[in-house]
Design a protein around this ligand. Structure first.
Ligand SMILES: [Zn+2]
Length: 51
């Protein structure tokens, strides 16, 4: 996803950001910031939601 919530504010993924949650399900998400893909957030666990 493009945005995750940090302190209830939609935030774009950037390296080093922590404590972000999915706006859809409230699960913890981590920033994926490789060089091949655009920066995005992904759920820490496998489960996906319908955001
Ligand atoms: Zn979610």
């Amino acid at each position: 996803m493009r945005f995750a919530l940090i302190n209830d504010k939609p935030t774009e993924a950037m390296p080093g950001l922590v404590d972000a949650v999915c706006p859809g399900c409230g699960a913890s998400v981590i920033a994926k910031c490789g060089t091949q893909k655009i920066h995005h957030w992904a759920h820490k666990n496998i489960r996906m939601c319908d955001s």
